[in-house]
Design a protein around this ligand. Structure first.
Ligand code: NAP
Length: 301
């Protein structure tokens, strides 16, 4: 069997096409959706990621506010910048590009973002929302993976899902989202003994470890759906995931390529969350209901 490809680039393009009508409807009501991206310091990879996000905003008609702060910016100044953006009605989403310089407490900075503008979904309120299956903004990478899984037409309820990687931004939220969809979820991490004994049972295998070649065909169940979140740059400059794509595609039923799988979806879901935030702000303004904490339930949206 050769797996069918889950094309993140194509899905991403399709979703972005759909954004145009939503942006048009917002603009017609006097609201231009806006995303503020804060970059502290001069990390070259972070600069590229921020550049991609700003470009995607422009393509989708979202106004971007790119705030570049020097690497020695005081934590208090970053917090003051966030407070200003929290109060700015032109800004519907605020994103802090991670990692932050070591003198800044990342958790403190993330908690300073208004939950109404936390389009990355990293604020404790949104993280907690995942636990009870009800969050305002699902974190972008797992959210994108969920939509990629949906394109396979698979109902995840009752399936064995194995998530390799337990980070706060990918592995853990991913596991919670699929648990909410009634999958039987196992989370593996660097200290998991005999990783293969877990992965071989997966109907759906999601890998986010940042280790090229971690998943080889012997670790994969025949017919499994394999989602590779990893992005690794090899010494020869090639970008690869965590899965031995050529080998595993002969066993899987569906597989994401790297690049062109999960990567394009992450930025697209950031725009989705920003549009949702702008729509939510407009709704609150129209109804004058500042208690509108009604959050979308992850299941089935
Ligand atoms: P991270 O914070 O470094 O977390 C990696 C996780 O993988 C940790 O939980 C770690 O376990 C686990 N791990 C490491 N080696 C392992 C091994 N040999 N076996 C099993 N588990 C192992 O990384 P991240 O931010 O979650 O990102 C993971 C990968 O996804 C990276 O390649 C990153 O570039 C990529 N990524 C892609 C996107 C996208 O849009 N496509 C978005 C975000 C991240 P411990 O917890 O025990 O240390």
């Amino acid at each position: 069997m050769t797996a069918q490809i889950i094309d993140g680039k194509a899905l991403s393009k399709q979703l972005r096409e759909g954004f145009k009508a939503r942006v048009g409807a917002l603009v017609a009501q006097g609201v231009t959706p806006g995303l503020a991206v804060i970059l502290v310091g001069d990390n070259p990879a972070s600069r590229v990621y921020v550049g991609n996000k700003v470009k995607a905003c422009e393509e989708c008609g979202v106004r971007s506010f790119h705030i570049a702060l020097p690497g020695d910016t005081l934590e208090s100044e970053v917090l003051a910048t966030i407070a200003r953006l929290n109060a700015d009605p032109a800004v519907h989403g605020i994103l802090i590009q991670l990692p932050l310089p070591p003198h800044i407490d990342g958790r403190k900075v993330l908690e300073a973002i208004s939950v109404h503008k936390d389009v990355d979904g990293f604020h404790l309120y949104n993280v907690g929302g995942l636990v009870v299956g009800n969050t305002i903004f699902p974190p972008c990478t797992p959210y994108g993976v969920q939509l990629l899984l949906d394109t396979t037409g698979t109902d995840v309820a009752g399936k064995n899902v194995v998530v390799v990687g337990a980070s706060n931004i990918v592995g853990k939220p991913m596991a919670l989202m699929l648990l909410q969809r009634e999958a039987t979820v196992t989370i593996c991490h660097a200290k998991t003994r005999d990783l293969a004994q877990h992965t071989i049972l997966a109907d759906i295998l999601i890998v986010a470890a940042g280790k090229p070649g971690l998943i080889v065909p012997q670790m994969v169940k025949q017919g499994a759906i394999v989602i590779d979140v990893g992005i690794n740059r090899l010494a020869d400059g090639r970008i690869v995931g965590d899965v031995d794509f050529d080998g595993v595609k002969e066993k899987a039923s569906w597989i994401t390529p790297v690049p062109g799988g999960v990567g394009p979806m992450t930025v697209t879901m950031l725009i989705e969350n920003t549009l949702r935030s702008a729509e939510r702000a407009l709704r609150m303004r129209q109804t004058d209901d500042y208690q509108d904490w009604e959050a979308p339930v992850l299941k089935g949206h």
